[in-house]
Write a protein that binds this ligand. Structure first.
Ligand code: DX5
Ligand code: ZN
Length: 217
């Protein structure tokens, strides 16, 4: 198990994105989380590919790109081209596990890590057969689409279940959790077995950013 932190830029000040990225890096974050929304898979829109591309190489953190989009087959490789080190797409956005596998293979051929995410209503069983191929599984602890929502404790059971399967089979797959993470909910997720905590509104806009990152360890 690891204790990585991935600050979500969705909550950052978009007018000073470069400064916000530097703040995250200076605070010791290993990952930087980019939320991509297409207005179809989720109602909102967020970062454009050009914004990821403009900032991806300006720091040493891992560009953790979470694509909440209806067409991951097209968009996943596109974000590799923009500098993503890890692209996580949604199982709910593909037809079946076979289609998901194809996207995972494409990402790997492009030397990019592949992640798969499950929404709060989706069970671990939907992605279980792919865990051996994945670099990361992302458990959503809120409905994807916006920041600042309340943590759903049902995510904890899923993290525990994933931890068990991954450890038992010695899979090389990290567990990430995203949505409503703060010092308290973060602690519960770590205890359940999460490797990476994503946090947006808990970190950005606070003077004690670095202290808060430490509290998520
Ligand atoms: C939600 C996004 C999250 C979001 C988390 O759809 O995937 O990454 O930025 O925001 P907080 O930490 O504020 O819940
Ligand atoms: Zn996210």
């Amino acid at each position: 198990m690891n204790n990585y932190v991935s600050p979500s830029l969705l909550a950052a000040n978009k007018n000073h994105l470069q400064d916000e990225i530097k703040t995250a890096e200076a605070a010791g974050a290993e990952y930087i989380h980019w939320d991509i929304m297409d207005g179809k898979f989720v109602p909102n829109t967020s970062f454009k590919a050009s914004e990821v591309k403009a900032h991806a190489k300006s720091h040493k953190m891992i560009n953790d790109v979470h694509i909440m989009v209806a067409d991951p087959e097209i968009e996943a490789p596109m974000f590799v081209g923009c500098g993503a080190d890890l692209v996580t797409f949604h199982i709910e956005a593909v037809k079946d596990e076979k289609e998901a596998e194809k996207i995972i293979d494409t990402l790997h051929k492009m030397k990019c890590k592949a992640g798969l995410s499950i929404k709060p209503m989706t069970d671990v069983s939907a992605i279980e057969s792919l865990l051996g191929k994945l670099d990361l599984v992302l458990v959503m602890s809120v409905e994807p689409g916006k920041g600042g929502q309340k943590f759903m404790p049902s995510a904890l059971r899923k993290i525990r279940k994933l931890r068990k399967i991954i450890d038992k089979n010695r899979f090389n797959c990290l567990i990430e959790v995203d949505g409503g993470i703060n010092d308290k909910t973060g602690k519960r997720c770590r205890k359940a077995g999460a490797d990476i905590l994503v946090a947006g509104s808990y970190l950005f806009g606070h003077d004690d950013f670095e202290e808060r990152v430490k509290l998520l360890r």
